[in-house]
Design a binder for this molecule. Sequence first.
Ligand code: 3PG
Length: 400
Amino acid sequence: IDELLAEGVAGKRVFVRADLNVPLDGTTITDDGRIRAVRPTVSALAAAGARVVVASHLGRPKGAPDPAFSLAPAAARLGELLGSEVAFATDTVGESARATVAALTDGQVAVIENLRFNAGETSKDDAERGAFADQLAELADLYVGDGFGAVHRKHASVFDLPARLPHAAGGLIATEVGVLKKLTEDVARPYAVVLGGAKVSDKLGVIDHLLEKADRILIGGGMAYTFLKAQGHEVGISLLQEDQVPAVQGYLKRAVELGVEFVLPVDVLVAHEFPDLKTKAPAHPTTVAADAIPADQEGLDIGPATRELYAAKLADAATVFWNGPMGVFEHPDYAEGTKAVAQALVDSPAFSVVGGGDSAAAVRILGFDENAFGHISTGGGASLEYLEGKTLPGLAALED
Ligand code: 3PG
């Protein structure tokens, strides 16, 4: 983007593909981290006199307008952060978008409605995606890719549109890629990886890749129960991906061969049912050993002994990558595990990267100072796929 700014963008319509996919409670944004992260790019372009057209997806609507997934709240928040009025188009490539962009004056910013209200955005069919990208291209003279959280998606606005316009990477993408390189090349050791979240299947790719690089891998969250099962323990009614047990057993075995330490929970908080996240009514969990989960109960957070163990395993690390909460942190009775990992990273001198989505939102929602971490990524799936060594369509499209 620096080169683009140096060449001059005054009077040019610049399409900024951002990731404004923020968590919402109705129309209230519960974590605006992704909007704050792209603000510098938008304000630099506006300050340079560009007519800035910001676009993003939000959630997973089914290729048609759906008010529950409107970008209007995100557009309003961007306006607050910029301290200037942001125009909002109520469609993506229709009359409203064309009129809103045509009305922009130099230095003004507009947000167009959710890209995924158009089936062409996410289509697997190249021609359908291409046709939508053609329509988007009519709205702009230049393209800036800065939606790091979506670069792993081969979508029209991420992959096809940059091929149709002179393009550049935004500052957020440049920062994110710079940080992730530190986790893949010449990594400072010991290198600890903390993985949590619900599904083990989402993390197998990154485990596969990081087994060759990490010194220890700590497991928490819903995915821990598939690991415990793979070790031969019963997990009651906890989240379990039975079909992944053989793969996990394979990784546990390979870790021993490679000298990589897998650290699993030694105790967990259990209850008969999933907590009510709306009322946050007390859940009254009990703590049990990880190999003694009662048949009629489910594990919902790591226990106190595990919190201590994980803090100790992170204390002497030089590099830490963390993706995925340790428990159902949205409920106060199950937030301690996630808090303990966040606190351990704050206390440790390690270069720590919090990878995306839920874990990034968790540290902010739980009240941690984001500056206390080395980096909080805006990409969940994107940072995982980067660490898996995959080619990310949104980065490849900007490189050529
Ligand atoms: C994310 O939240 O990881 C990104 O915004 C991508 O969203 P998606 O998984 O719906 O493509």
